[in-house]
Design a binder for this molecule. Structure first.
Ligand SMILES: [Zn+2]
Length: 279
């Protein structure tokens, strides 16, 4: 089983580049965390430089991966400085580092980023300039997932998609089949359960009594009430069981004449109605 070390850039008192209200350290951690999930699902063994907002000194990152015996090292950053697009850094020695960088870069470009290419930089001592690439003794790459100071790049930024792209790149390079996450079933039309729809078969609700309507739908439903103020209706909230949205309905002291109310729920382009008898 291949071992991949994931290195979320910066952290703690080292925010990295900050722009447009974003801090690089937060975005790199988001991507790194999701990348860990992606790679684990695909069968890799994963370790991370950090899983929280802490400062891990730059010079300890490579040695930690060396000690763990990583087969690959992947560092995640965002760029800054007025450009736009994605680039991936690799070792001046080329080899698997370059081959992996090319796979990762191709996937990032596939997300729509401008292709700034695969890059290397030699330091004054003739070795790799980037510490995490210089200090690791396994193939290492550093991906710059767009520019944090580019409105265009940040409009495109999606930590989940970035993690998927980097994972696909690693899979492609290593010949491991990329496994997509199992998609959550989607509901296209609201289905209101737990109620019959028409009086006199509607739900009986005493004044003060609460009833919860489940709306099975993806988007937050819009709810309107009709029938004079015999019921009070809450804002729809996400069902913790993931079935859709919950809407609380409470019976109010009935007026002399109107003894029923209904709610009209619209979501995903479909409208349905629930009736209540307020008794
Ligand atoms: Zn950085």
């Amino acid at each position: 089983m291949l071992k991949v070390w994931i290195d979320a850039g910066h952290g703690g008192i080292q925010p990295g580049a900050c722009s447009q209200g974003y801090k690089e350290k937060d975005l790199t951690l988001q991507i790194a965390t999701l990348l860990g999930t992606e790679l684990t699902r695909c069968g890799f063994t994963v370790a991370q430089t950090r899983t929280t907002d802490v400062d891990i000194p730059l010079d300890t990152r490579g040695p930690l991966a060396n000690k763990w015996g990583a087969d690959y090292f992947v560092s995640v950053h965002l760029n800054a400085g007025g450009g736009r697009g994605a680039e991936t850094w690799c070792s001046i020695a080329g080899g698997k580092s370059k081959a992996l960088a090319e796979c990762v870069q191709a996937e990032l470009v596939g997300l729509g980023y401008v292709d700034r290419g695969v890059k290397t930089r030699k330091g004054d001592d003739g070795r790799d300039y980037l510490a995490v690439i210089r200090q690791t003794n396994m193939p290492a790459v550093l991906a710059e997932v767009g520019f944090i100071d580019s409105t265009e790049d940040m409009a495109r930024f999606d930590a989940s998609k970035a993690a998927q792209a980097i994972a696909r790149g690693i899979c492609k390079h290593t010949g491991v089949a990329y496994k997509q996450a199992v998609t959550v079933p989607t509901f296209t039309a609201p289905e209101i359960t737990g109620l019959t729809l028409d009086t006199p078969n509607g739900k009986d609700l005493a004044a003060g009594e609460k009833y919860t309507v489940l709306a099975r739908c993806q988007e937050k439903p819009a709810v309107t009430t009709v029938g004079r103020d015999v019921i009070a209706v809450s804002e729809p909230r996400l069902d913790p069981k993931g079935r859709g949205w919950l809407i609380d309905v409470q019976g109010l002291p009935p007026e002399p004449v109107v003894r029923h109310g209904h709610i009209t729920v619209t979501a995903d382009g479909v409208t349905q109605q629930c009736n209540f008898n307020v008794i």
